[in-house]
Design a protein around this ligand. Structure first.
Ligand code: SF4
Length: 722
């Protein structure tokens, strides 16, 4: 026998958007340990509880290792070869496309997919099949940050760097429990506060989360009132002469409309809407206005809202009005939830986007991409975003959906509709590394994907930093990288479309087979990266100067990194020139609007959902690690003491939580950290861990009209003892 070796490979943690560098310890066959990468600028060797137990989550009997087919009338799976699986799927999709057109099929992908996968999936949908119905579970977490940045700054470009956490004089954390969702960034914040106690920290959140423990000013605002908070703060900043008139005049537009709008948000009115004291509001505005540099951090608290775009642009208004952008320690910094939500945005992995921050609806962008891809045209209409996508499946308008690396039966709002949609679809394909997810119960075909450490990959973290992840060990059985499955499916679909004599869209190729071979000539990850790079040339995220060798020798780099550059760009907009047609940033002046589903006599409590420190998404990985259940063993419901007393609930009791769409049974935790009338449930637990506690059976399908992001942060519920 060959002696097992002790080997190491550089990688990045596959959980949150912090993107911590990880060194994988392995023996060439199995991952045996992990430690933080001391050279990675996101974490300098530190890992949180999830990252440091990654090795315990990799191998297990629930790994998908061969293609499987199931007849929906039985629960038995039949193993297939790759050729059989892809041919069967291609025959089905070709028949649907031939009969109903390409808009009758859809892909639903994931912010956990690496950049190469996103790029190939997007090219397959938009460039080959001709449908823009490809959305991602990133829709559920940062779509409103994308639309907020685009509205205000002209491009979806996070202007800041993690170093700003150490350099800032004032941190404004709003709608983000950084301590739980981005633990290593929180450690950096704690260290900065320890080093410089004068660093002012403002935290605004309906719950007094662990993040609020380091706040100098805590604003326990009513859920959904962020726009009123930001307008109220701006009103005070104007009155106290804390705005930067020169910056506004030189670099922005729309100031007069915004000024007129916020005139009505007097401190008294804004405080009333937010249900905080006027003194608290004034203290926050004063701290923001007086600080030489201000950095705002936000996450799902702003994004997961039926007015998430308004909330994002109103927060960015504060930075533009005070000139707090494009310099050290300053700027509006959206934290991405997932490890490659940024890479997905960059490669155009959303229904309204094309690679290189281009837009489907923009004729010039389409024309650039038709030239780059070598196709004659691209569909001009954006496809469906996640919630309307599943609704279209439910209506029968989309007949087949291909889900990759995500678990919508747990993570989408209004579960009943998602489950109905999947039951109705003619063919549900799930591409995943795991067998036992809630979504696997609804699929006809399961395609096994290689997972973290089992393939080469590229990801971009929250600060625009691209890392190159090395393969450490082989994937189990027949599992393959996702991009390879998309590529091989394109080949199979080409054959199937030829058999049906489906008309080609142009005369560039003599058959669909030839077309697939030409468009998907990707022998490896590097070839995909080179093609994607060409799509970024001359764009705001130009990475034409990067290659794998440079990433390996000089470490992860921030974009842009154009050809000839020596390094990436730490901060954007330092020159005050923005990516709008006029070069000026745009103020937006939305009116405050309430939540989509207000409480009433029958549903008198506000449910908000969120993450736990030690679990990740639907727990496919973290659910395998016993130590990660030490803090929170099961799903629960946090409730304010007076509400619990009124409902005759004690700690540890079971409570039934009922919304207009469904109900859950959860164990009660009485918590002072809430406000009266507010209850909280974690989003992670599915039927494997808590059969009656799927919190998205309660949530509603209301979405932001611009970003399409659902309102997970507010549902009207009532509670009864169970
Ligand atoms: Fe992984 Fe995020 Fe923890 Fe870093 S902070 S180790 S990226 S989960």
């Amino acid at each position: 026998s060959v002696p097992l070796q002790r080997l190491e490979s550089k990688s990045v943690c596959p959980y949150c958007g912090t993107g911590c560098g990880v060194i994988i310890e392995h023996n060439g066959q199995q991952i045996t340990g992990v430690r933080g990468d001391p050279d990675h600028p996101a974490n300098y060797g530190q890992l949180c509880s999830k990252g440091s137990t990654l090795h315990l989550s990799c191998h297990g009997s629930d790994r998908a290792s061969e293609p499987l087919r199931r007849d929906r009338t039985s629960s038995d799976w039949t193993a297939l070869t790759w050729n059989e699986a892809l041919t069967q799927m291609a025959d089905s999709w070709a028949e649907i496309i031939h009969r109903q057109g390409p808009q009758a099929v859809a892909l639903y992908v994931s912010g956990q997919l690496p950049t190469e996968d996103y790029y190939v999936a997007n090219k397959l949908a938009k460039g080959f099949i001709g449908t823009n119905h490809i959305d991602t579970n990133s829709r559920l977490c940062m779509a409103s940050a994308v639309t907020g940045y685009k509205l205000s700054l002209g491009m979806d470009s996070v202007p800041c760097a993690y170093e700003d956490l150490e350099e800032t004089d004032c941190l404004f954390i709003v709608g983000a429990n950084v301590a739980y969702a981005h633990p290593i960034l929180f450690r950096r914040i704690e260290a900065a506060k320890l080093r410089r106690p004068e660093l002012k920290i403002i935290v605004a959140d309906p719950r007094r989360t662990p993040t609020a423990s380091i706040a100098d000013i805590f604003l326990p605002l009513k859920p959904g009132t962020d726009v009123a908070l930001f307008h109220g703060m701006l009103h005070i900043l104007i009155w106290d002469n804390h705005i930067d008139r020169e910056y506004i005049a030189a670099h922005t537009e729309g100031w007069d409309e915004l000024k007129a709008r916020v005139q009505n948000y007097t401190p008294q009115r804004a405080a009333e809407i937010c249900q905080i004291s006027e003194a608290e509001l004034r203290a926050a505005a004063q701290a923001f206005g007086a600080a030489p540099s201000v950095l705002s951090l936000w996450c799902q608290g702003l994004n997961q809202s039926s007015h998430g775009t308004d909330k994002n642009s109103s927060l960015i208004n504060l930075h533009l009005a005070t000139g707090q952008i494009g310099r050290p320690g300053a700027g509006p910094f959206s934290l991405t939830g997932q490890p490659n939500a940024m890479g997905g945005r960059e490669t155009g992995g959303m229904p309204a986007l094309l690679p290189g921050h281009r837009e489907v609806a923009n004729p010039e962008h389409r024309s650039e991409m038709t030239a780059l891809w070598g196709v004659s045209n691209l569909h001009p209409q954006p496809g469906y975003t996640a919630v309307p996508l599943f609704q279209a499946v439910d209506r029968g308008e989309i007949e087949s959906i291909w889900i990759s690396c995500t678990n919508p039966v747990l993570s989408m709002p209004d579960q009943q509709q998602v489950q109905r949609a999947l039951n109705r679809a003619r063919l549900v394909v799930l591409q995943d590394s795991y067998l036992g997810t809630e979504t696997a119960d609804y699929c006809d075909l399961l395609l096994p994907a290689a997972s973290w450490g089992e393939r080469e990959a590229l990801v971009t973290n929250s600060e625009r930093r691209i890392s190159h992840l090395r393969k450490a060990v082989p994937a189990p059985g027949e599992a393959r990288p996702d991009w390879m499955i998309y590529r091989d499916f394109a080949f199979a679909l080409g054959e199937a479309l030829d058999q049906l004599q489906h008309p080609l869209p142009d005369h560039r190729d003599s058959s669909w087979h030839d077309r697939a071979q030409r468009l998907f000539d990707f022998p490896d990850s590097a070839s995909i990266f080179r093609e994607y790079q060409r799509c970024t040339q001359g764009r705001d995220l130009d990475i034409s100067g990067l290659d794998f060798a440079l990433l390996d020798s000089q470490g992860p780099q921030q974009w842009p990194f154009p050809s000839g550059a020596k390094s990436g760009k730490k901060r954007l907009y330092s020159d005050g020139v923005f990516s709008t047609p006029s070069g000026r940033a745009r103020f937006h002046a939305p009116e405050f609007q309430g939540v989509a589903e207000e409480i009433d006599a029958r549903y008198p409590l506000r449910l908000t959902t969120g993450r736990l420190r030690d679990q990740w998404h639907s727990m496919s990985r973290t659910g395998k690690v016993a130590a990660l259940f030490a803090s929170d063993e099961e799903a629960f419901l946090e409730i304010y003491p007076e509400d619990a007393q009124r409902l005759k609930l004690q700690n540890e009791d079971l409570a039934r939580v009922i919304s207009r769409r469904g109900h859950n049974v959860l164990r009660v935790r009485i918590q002072h950290n809430l406000q009266p009338g507010l209850v909280f449930a974690p989003m992670h637990f599915g039927r494997r861990f808590a059969p009656a506690a799927l919190c998205n059976q309660l949530t509603l399908p209301a979405i932001d009209p611009v970003s399409g992001e659902p309102e997970f942060k507010h549902t009207a519920v009532r509670i009864e003892p169970a």
